[in-house]
Write a protein that binds this ligand. Structure first.
Ligand code: GBH
Length: 508
């Protein structure tokens, strides 16, 4: 075969598998390809992977404290004392990312590793050194660090002040963020203030859902919302004024947002869907990303009405003054989304009064006829609908999918359901970008490795790499999904056949 023939055959094969446009240069990008500069990687969080809970001068977090005091809160009685031991094995973790062809790694800083008491009286250099080593190792391997400042591990000393429902915590958070920007901002260009405030507010609305287990539903979680939004906004403005001119990075926030499909085509169910999205997402997104700012109208009205009914003299949802609305509005360079699943929604009453669940006045249920694992349904078109809804609701902001993933019970190395999930969701993401025009700049899969799944302990596995938790060395093994993701990340495309077969179009 002549050289030309070989090249043509190779090009044809490539074109068939990957949908690579045969002519280069100005030809439009094929629909199954990610845009230039798109970030593709994986994510973790400090308490879920690091271990080293009391090493190198680290202080106690609410997770250390809560799970030491009440080991029965987790499904297997385990905690994050050692976790995946990433505190010692970070160089190996970076090689796992290299094995995925990742160009970004999203991880979180443990606040009490840097500030053991939460305050600046004690700045722990050993903690700063650890993160410098990790960041330098990533960059040496061509991987951008993406840093979450807060993925749920509040210093226990600050919990003694009441934790997040106490607005004074925002003052401490701003100081902590300043120290992070000062120490790491020369190399870290992607920042997230908070991971999923909606989720971690459950730590203040239930005794058992998440640390610290402060049981004040419908009150503390709304107080927390105001404190967290102000903390976020002040950190964004600090970066904007003091650090952006020299560091030139981007600061966002990550919200957990599933898709909620109306149960029927009734107007009532359409309203229920919108209500659910407003209580889960809008409560946080509207103040930051909408043109007008402030909490969503429907949330304000319903919480105020229920509060009156309960005989209260004011709403359980705190008000934002016009100055606070202005302070918070527009404080993001991008919008982080953790998306896992889709559910059906109808109006009705769930949860007890008072609670955020009760205030939202909706009942959700799982779809039938889709692959399901624990609370996750594999419904790629749900991500596409969500991205379109977000882009319409909050125009002008680029999105970054900071988490998306599938869970297995322990022992599944041939993770075919995860492979199906990722092929589908990455295809839906590509449709959103290339067909629908939603601006998305990156994607980090949850998770790089099996880790402490909060109150589920080590009984639910989200990793691309498995970790043997019975072995003190915590060896990592690639699951079947690793070569699949590595190929997608390398080609920067979902293979055409998988792309075309993916369930990316909502049923009408
Ligand atoms: C994220 O939270 C976290 O950021 C991450 O740390 C975590 O490991 C990961 O996802 C996987 O869970 O009432 O049974 O329907 C995910 C948030 C948690 C939201 C479970 C939906 C449904 C519980 N999700 N929740 S259920």
């Amino acid at each position: 075969m002549s050289r030309t023939v070989v090249l043509v055959v190779v090009a044809a094969l490539l074109s068939e598998t990957w949908g690579v446009p045969l002519s280069s240069g100005s030809s439009p990008r094929a629909a199954n390809h990610f845009p230039d500069g798109f970030y593709l990687g994986a994510a973790t969080a400090a308490y879920q992977v690091e271990g080293g809970w009391n090493e190198g001068g680290k202080g106690e977090s609410i997770w250390d404290h809560t799970l030491h005091a009440q080991p029965n809160l987790t499904a297997d009685g385990q905690n994050g004392d050692v976790a995946a031991d990433s505190y010692h094995k970070y160089k190996e973790d970076v090689q796992l990312l290299v094995g995925l062809n990742a160009n970004v790694y999203r991880f979180s800083l443990s606040w009490p590793r840097i500030l053991p008491t939460g305050d600046t009286d004690n700045i722990n250099q050993a903690g700063i050194d650890y993160y410098n080593s990790l960041i330098n190792e990533l960059l040496a391997n061509g991987i951008q660090p993406m840093v979450t400042l807060y993925h749920w591990d509040l210093p226990q000393e600050l919990q003694k002040l009441g934790g997040w429902p106490n607005a004074v915590i925002a003052d401490y958070f701003v100081e902590y963020a300043r120290i992070a920007f000062e120490n790491f901002g020369d190399r870290v260009k992607l920042w997230l203030t908070f991971n999923e405030p909606d989720m971690f507010s459950n730590g203040y609305s239930s005794a058992t859902a998440l640390a610290p287990g402060a049981d004040s539903p419908g009150v503390a979680d709304y107080l927390l919302a105001k404190a967290v939004l102000l903390a976020h906004a002040r950190v964004y403005r600090l970066y904007d004024q003091r650090f952006r001119p020299t560091q030139r990075g981007r600061v966002g926030i990550t919200l957990n947002i599933d898709w909620y499909e109306p149960l029927t085509s009734s107007a009532d169910d359409a309203e229920a869907s919108d209500r659910q999205l407003q209580f889960e997402c809008g409560l946080w997104a509207h103040p930051i990303f909408s043109r007008e700012g402030d909490f969503p109208e429907v949330v304000k009205l319903r919480v105020a009405a229920n509060s009156r009914k309960e005989g209260r003299t004011r709403s359980r949802l705190p008000t934002l003054s016009p100055a606070e609305v202005n302070l918070i509005r527009g404080t993001a360079d991008f919008f982080g989304i953790n998306h896992y699943s889709s559910s059906l929604v109808t109006s009705g009453s769930s949860g007890s009064e008072p609670s955020k669940t009760y205030d939202s006045g909706v009942v959700t249920s799982m779809f039938e006829g889709y692959p399901t694992s624990f609370w996750i349904s594999d419904i790629p078109w749900g991500l596409r609908k969500l991205l379109n809804w977000l882009h319409k609701s909050y125009p002008g902001y680029p999105f970054f999918i900071t988490e998306n993933g599938w869970s297995d019970p322990p022992g599944v190395l041939n993770d075919t359901a995860r492979i199906h999930y990722y092929r589908g969701y990455l295809s839906a993401l590509l449709r959103s970008i290339n067909d629908d025009g939603v601006p998305v700049i990156g994607y980090t899969a949850w998770s790089l490795l099996d880790n402490l799944e909060w109150m589920n302990g080590y009984t639910i596995k989200f990793g691309l790499y498995s970790v043997d938790y019975d072995d003190p060395e915590r060896p990592r093994t690639a699951k079947a999904s690793v070569p699949v993701m590595a190929q997608i990340y390398k080609e920067r495309a979902v293979p055409l056949e998988d792309f075309e077969n993916a369930d990316t179009t909502p049923p009408s």
